[in-house]
Write a protein that binds this ligand. Sequence first.
Ligand SMILES: [Fe+2]
Ligand SMILES: [Fe+2]
Length: 268
Amino acid sequence: MNILFVGDIFGSAGRRIVHEHIDHVREAHNVELLIVNAENAAGGFGVTPQIAEEFFDMGADVLTTGNHVWDKRELIEYMNSATPDSQNRARRILRPANFERGVPGFGIFEGVTTSGVVYAVVNLMGKVFMSGTNNPFLAANEILAGIKAKVIVVDFHGEATSEKVAMGWHLDGRVTAVVGTHTHVPTADDRVLPGGTAYITDVGMTGPRGGVIGVKREQAIESLATMMPVRFETSTEDPWLMGVLISASQPPRADAIAPVRRPAPGVT
Ligand SMILES: [Fe+2]
Ligand SMILES: [Fe+2]
């Protein structure tokens, strides 16, 4: 089966570029499972229920998030409308599984594709240079003990490359893919690890490459150069779709992982 994972969709430019490309990428690669990180989809900060619905309408099977998950408060009510066993859309938007116990929502989704393949998506977040999370390595062990699906995709939302590489090795042979998100900058280390797990440190951002990880570049430069408070606005310049395509003919092993990077039509 072929899995497409789309990196953090950032603002309106990110939403436009994903809609621009998603149909032909899915058709060209016969994608059976579409996972999208949506944590920055609403102007860079969180995702609203309405935007989540747009991604589901587009064909996304599961949405993952990260540290920005609570930025739009209305998402909490949306998430709370799901029960552990439901398969509805509200159940298919995840927050990191290793947040504190008792917070709204779920960090794991188990479902079945249209051709009958059972799969699981796990959203985890790092601890290094991040806050609000419990040990992701121990959380991963506990979670995997309870998952029966052979196809397992882990979105590891993290800041530090070291922690993400370590998670790849930690889960090698136990899951189909560990894909990194959060830094918005794609890395060139996509590969299938010896145990059969497809790995990349960061898939990159689906959004405006002309900014600084999503915000207008002149504002980011001013902020960094002066260390004064600057109001950030979302860049719309040079949007790209960035993600990875993972194939797995004998899951949990992956056969291959390859980046998918598409500029706006007409841009090379
Ligand atoms: Fe992000
Ligand atoms: Fe993030």
